[in-house]
Design a binder for this molecule. Structure first.
Ligand SMILES: [Ca+2]
Length: 504
């Protein structure tokens, strides 16, 4: 029995020698040399807090995403892609390692570290001959150095794709992680409208009040999405000019839902459902839209398999290459979702543990400590306002400032109030996931089945909370804003109001 560390070392050695490079697809019989010539470039583009359905390809009439729409049109558009956890650090840790968030130890929290023992796909591809690069936000936020990483787990940093591409050897494929802090807050207030967007064209989800401030806030979010889309457009143009576009596997997505109340840091659809499109004309037939359920954890095994490598046995994610190649894959009718500590905004450094399962018809959520506040304690903290798991901004302000008005109470309830131990939403009847039917007798059988599936997944993937739902390890891991450690402390009278930075 090998430990995962030994297996990994052995794998890296073999990968470096080219011995494990030829297990799938058309490369099977041709040997490592031929595979090296044909292996695709891998371009992974990830928006920060960019959630479904904010893209033209999904029918949004206001935000303009020509690059994403092109990739969707010439490739495969996914309707049911989800992040593993609606928080930057665990979502990115999971997609880099291909492992469930609850297996990543401290890496399951925001502003944490990623233990070095967890292999990441950029390292595995580099060992197999790829040239690796990163721009902008890779793994994080957190402190990777304290775990022994000498560079970001997503790869060595470059100022731009052009700089990376210029120095990359022409006879080797590349693996590039294009991160950005768009559309993470803060936003330049009014930037969306100033760019020509019209407030009256914006669709407001049912869980926020429909006010001009909220509509304008949505436009500011759209404005940053458009900037991200333009960035990828520039990279694609460069590849096209170099004649390398068609053998580049391009994936465009976001790491978690939009930074608005009841979205990011929640297991609801607006917190976990992601835009997701893939283009790779050399092997993948374009013009397809698929409903298969996938999770970003599936990316690491997908990239490895596309490069002719075998995913590591400890990866819980599954390659989506069969789906891309038009094959039917079993078990693509559900995803599992989870969350541990996001910001450190509860007494006792507590997070808000949740586990969930989503199918085409239902969303079932288990709130493991329902006595806690889901969006953070209702007190002001040193760096952030009350309910600090929800990023500050005009939409949050409207809901909090007007919470006592009779017609506004429900929005506060949905976005900030405590929640019961179990939630169940009937998605066909309730697309905004507002009517919890977990205690209704007519849903008892459905709830029982979803519960059982969730329990099985937690057990099979060695979730510590399968053994002890009150396991407090994630509350004991340090919170490391800016790399240092910091305990949760309510703001004192003299605490200065600091300007929020793009950091979580
Ligand atoms: Ca994020």
């Amino acid at each position: 029995m090998f430990s995962s560390k030994v297996r990994r070392r052995e794998f890296m050695k073999q990968a470096a020698a080219g011995a494990v490079a030829v297990s799938v697809g058309p490369y099977a019989a041709r040997g490592a040399r031929a595979a090296a010539a044909e292996r695709p470039n891998i371009l992974f583009c990830i928006g920060d807090d960019w959630g479904w359905p904010a893209a033209g390809a999904y029918g949004d009439k206001v935000v303009k995403t020509p690059t994403f729409d092109r990739v969707a049109r010439e490739g495969v558009l996914f309707n049911n892609a989800y992040c593993a956890s609606p928080s930057c650090t665990p979502s990115r840790g999971s997609l880099l390692t291909g492992r469930a968030v609850h297996q990543l130890e401290e890496g399951g929290n925001l502003w944490s570290t990623l233990p070095k023992k967890f292999a990441v796909y950029p390292d595995l591809l580099e060992a197999a001959g790829y040239t690796v690069g990163l721009q902008g936000k890779g793994w994080g936020p957190g402190n990777f150095a304290i775990s022994g990483w000498t560079r970001n787990p997503a790869g060595p940093s470059f100022p731009s794709f052009a700089e990376f591409f210029k120095q990359a050897p022409k006879d080797k494929p590349f693996c590039y992680f294009c991160g950005t802090t768009d559309p993470h807050r803060p936003y330049e207030k009014g930037s969306g409208v100033a760019s020509g967007m019209k407030l009256e064209d914006v669709a407001v989800p049912a869980f926020w009040p429909d006010t001009p401030e909220v509509r304008s806030d949505i436009c500011d979010y759209y404005f940053e999405i458009q900037r991200f889309d333009g960035l990828i457009g520039g990279i694609m143009q460069l590849l096209e000019e170099a004649g390398q576009l068609d053998n580049t596997l391009i994936v465009i997505t976001g790491d978690n839902g939009m930074p608005f109340p009841r979205c990011k840091a929640n297991l609801y659809g607006w917190g976990t459902r992601q835009p997701f499109a893939v283009r790779w004309p050399a092997r993948v037939k374009g013009g397809r839209v698929v409903d298969d359920f996938i999770v970003l954890t599936d990316l690491a095994p997908t990239f490895l398999e596309a490069a002719g490598l075998k995913p590591l046995p400890e990866m819980t994610g599954r390659s989506i290459l069969p789906i891309l190649l038009g094959e039917k894959q079993e078990g693509r009718d559900r995803v599992f979702l989870e969350r541990e500590r996001h910001a450190n905004v509860r007494e006792g450094n507590k997070g808000y543990p949740m586990r969930g399962i989503r199918t085409k018809d239902f969303l079932y959520i288990r709130n493991l400590q329902p006595h806690l506040w889901p969006a953070g304690d209702p007190v002001k903290w040193e760096d952030v306002g009350p309910f600090g798991d929800c990023d500050g901004g005009p939409t949050k302000d409207v809901i909090l400032e007007r919470r006592d008005e009779p017609e506004m109470k429900k929005f506060f309830q949905w976005c900030f109030e405590k929640r019961p131990a179990e939630e169940l939403y009937d998605l066909a009847k309730d697309p905004f996931e507002l009517n919890n039917v977990a205690e209704r007798p007519e849903y008892a059988e459905v709830k029982k089945q979803l519960r059982a599936q969730l329990d099985r997944w937690m057990t099979e993937t060695a979730d510590p909370r399968a053994v002890n739902p009150d396991d407090d390890r994630w509350d004991r891991y340090p919170y490391r804003p800016g790399g240092g450690e910091k305990a949760a402390k309510p703001a004192g009278q003299s605490a200065e109001k600091k300007k929020a930075k793009k950091k979580n």
